[in-house]
Design a protein around this ligand. Structure first.
Ligand SMILES: [Zn+2]
Length: 90
């Protein structure tokens, strides 16, 4: 599999609407951050979603051996929009 850009791959990805750290509900139009890893079989997969207060800007809890990224996006009707990469292990 070729390495695709996480920003491109995660744009429009479906996501839950609850911050994984403070359990607050995020609303359409809110800025969010998300953590994703890539697997050869499935491509980029969202692992965590954070509200703008909780979101990490750098990869802190690294997953060993995984390609991973932190992205910034706008939460839009349970999808990510305007995804930009904040940090990436690639
Ligand atoms: Zn939060």
């Amino acid at each position: 599999m070729t390495r695709s850009s996480p920003a491109k791959a995660l744009n429009g990805a479906r996501t839950g609407g609850i911050c994984d750290r403070c359990n607050r509900r995020v609303k359409t139009g809110d800025a969010v951050r998300a953590y994703a890893t890539v697997y050869p079989e499935t491509g980029w997969t969202l692992r965590r979603l954070w509200c703008s207060d909780c979101g990490e800007t750098t990869i802190e809890a690294e997953t060993e051996g995984a390609q991973e990224a932190i992205v910034e996006a706008v939460f839009w009707k349970h999808r990510l929009a305007g995804v930009e990469v904040a940090d990436s292990s690639l």
